[in-house]
Ligand binder design. Structure first.
Ligand code: SF4
Length: 354
């Protein structure tokens, strides 16, 4: 165990004096902890705050979440990205309604078995909401422990995660499991920062931190090289007709499943002609880029004006209001929104002057 034995006392003292005030900490019910943790996966705290408040106003409990329409759910999640998280959240809510009469189960294995909940989130819910001595180990915690212990194991390896989990388990104070979990997260988020710039001078554990004492903070943690991203060149067609733009729904499975999008294809396709949309004019309108975890979209944008309002089955025409309020469109297309609005207004005024 070594240096880690010294960790809980100064860590908890520091946390209790310095913890940030966050809405999900005010009333850490299992539902609040769960939703906040799912939102915080892949998204920074500052970006999550407004989404969390809006979500809790609209969806205050498991039962409401289980019964929410898909369009409402996607709309509430719009901007947070990684939409499968929202779908899993809802499926888990339905599991809780069916299997546990709407009451969140208070056991690690039962929580872990809910859709979309992994070891980390289950550990966070168990410790923060139920006070159970279950560690919650994410990338932040792996970084902190690697540095404190001077361990140069690869933090992207499952074996390292298991090792850290078992190292932390006996350290969790029986009467302060939630604070311990949150203190570890907090230290990683605001002091033991990634990319070689930890704020060691203000760190409550620097007296026994191996990385600090041996000058290895920029070398630790060790992380294996990430796989390179696949690049896709896509053409996006913004198809306008009578102040409306064409949208189609993405397939129910895979990347951005079930969301609405501006029609787009890999470069080699012929877009509107292949979709059977008769065109009056078409012209290039610039480029945009979006980076997902494993894919990069390099988008070439074309503006198309068809001769009629005929669209393939399942596609819709959306006006400016519907685009903002009704259809959930992934953040990958955020860079095109201004252009779409401008063009709608332009086409509107062109039509009026004809
Ligand atoms: Fe991280 Fe520095 Fe604190 Fe060690 S002393 S845990 S490297 S912030």
């Amino acid at each position: 165990m070594g240096v880690l034995e010294e960790l809980p006392k100064p860590l908890l003292k520091w946390y209790r004096e310095n913890a940030r005030v966050l809405p999900w900490r005010e009333d850490p019910t299992p539902y609040h902890v769960w939703v906040s943790e799912v939102m915080l996966q892949q998204t920074r705290v500052a970006a999550v705050l407004d989404y969390y408040r809006r979500f809790m106003n609209a969806v205050p409990d498991v039962e409401t979440l289980a019964g929410l329409s898909e369009e409402c759910l996607m709309k509430l999640w719009q901007g947070l990205g990684y939409y499968s998280r929202a779908r899993n959240l809802q499926q888990a809510a339905r599991q809780i309604m069916e299997d546990y009469h709407g009451v969140f189960p208070a056991e690690f294995q039962k929580i872990r078995a809910l859709k979309g909940i992994g070891d980390y989130t289950a550990g966070a819910i168990c410790s923060i909401a139920f006070g159970l001595p279950e560690p919650a180990v994410d990338g932040n915690v792996l970084r902190v422990v690697s540095r404190i212990t001077g361990d140069d194991g690869d933090i992207s390896a499952a074996s390292m995660r298991r090792k850290v989990t078992e190292m932390l388990r006996p350290l969790i104070p029986p009467d302060a499991a939630g604070d311990f979990t949150q203190a570890m997260m907090e230290l990683g988020a605001v002091v033991c920062l990634p990319n070689g710039v930890p704020l060691c001078e203000t760190c409550p554990v620097r007296d026994f931190c191996v990385a600090f004492k041996t000058g290895q903070t920029d070398r630790l943690p060790v992380k294996a090289e990430k796989r390179t991203r696949r690049k896709e060149n896509r053409t996006v067609w913004l198809i306008f007709y009578q102040q409306k733009v064409a949208l189609r729904k993405r397939p129910e499975r895979g990347l951005l499943a079930g969301l609405w999008e501006f029609p787009n294809e890999l470069e080699e396709t012929d877009g509107p002609r292949e979709w059977g949309i008769p065109i009056s004019r078409e012209y290039p309108a610039g480029k945009a880029r979006h980076i997902f975890t494993h894919i990069e979209w390099n988008m070439t944008v074309r503006i198309t004006v068809p001769v009629s309002g005929q669209l393939p089955e399942g596609w819709v025409w959306a006006d400016e209001h519907e685009l903002k309020e009704i259809y959930a469109i992934p953040g990958a297309f955020d860079g095109l929104r201004d252009l779409v609005e401008q063009e709608m207004r332009k086409i509107d005024s062109e039509e009026k002057t004809v």
